[in-house]
Design a binder for this molecule. Structure first.
Ligand code: RBF
Length: 165
């Protein structure tokens, strides 16, 4: 996997925006809960570490990753929410269900971001097996939740830059 070459918890942190008054929604899929709970912990802690207030972070659960898009849309449509982070883990199985789910979620989250004009972050692991997932949920390759939260922060910074041109 490409992310073997990268630690998901190591990123540049130059020129990050002030997020102390920004509101975040984190949507978490319940499938593969051991992994997605670890992704949530990473995302939540990264937001806090870089200045978000606990009272400005709301969490919502969805049954599986397929439902992340609609869950994200409901949050993104709320005026007070500035960014949505969608977390899931779709492990390759004996059927091609993973391909269908992954494509649907990637497309769905893209659409929500474009329709609402808010950062909607794809924090979905798509590993071949459970070990690869754990390696990217706080294991040897870092935590995709950390990376997803930092992506939300950086996109808010870009949005601020563009809108103050
Ligand atoms: N949801 C996930 O988040 N991760 C998975 O690995 C996953 N595997 C699935 C495998 C099959 C065969 C099916 C039918 C569903 C799977 N789902 C998975 C659930 C899916 O995202 C969605 O919640 C359900 O299909 C809704 O009924």
């Amino acid at each position: 996997m490409a992310s073997e070459l990268k630690n998901l918890s190591v990123f540049s942190t130059d020129h990050l925006p002030d997020i102390s008054h920004r509101q975040f929604a984190i949507v978490v899929a319940e499938w593969n809960a051991e992994v997605t709970e670890a992704l949530f912990s990473g995302a939540y802690q990264t937001l806090i570490n870089y200045g978000a207030k606990a009272e400005n972070i709301v969490r919502g659960n969805v049954p599986g990753s397929f439902e992340l898009s609609l869950g994200a849309q409901w949050f993104a449509q709320r005026a007070e929410i500035d960014a949505v982070i969608a977390l899931g883990c779709v492990i390759q199985g004996e059927t091609k269900h993973n391909d269908y789910i992954n494509h649907a979620v990637a497309q769905g989250l893209t659409n929500v971001g474009l329709q609402t004009g808010k950062p909607v972050i794809f924090g979905v692991l798509t590993p071949n097996n459970q070990q690869q997932a754990l390696d990217r949920a706080g294991g040897v390759h870092g935590n995709k939740g950390d990376e997803a939260a930092m992506t939300a922060i950086k996109m808010l910074g870009l949005q601020q830059q563009v809108y103050s041109l």
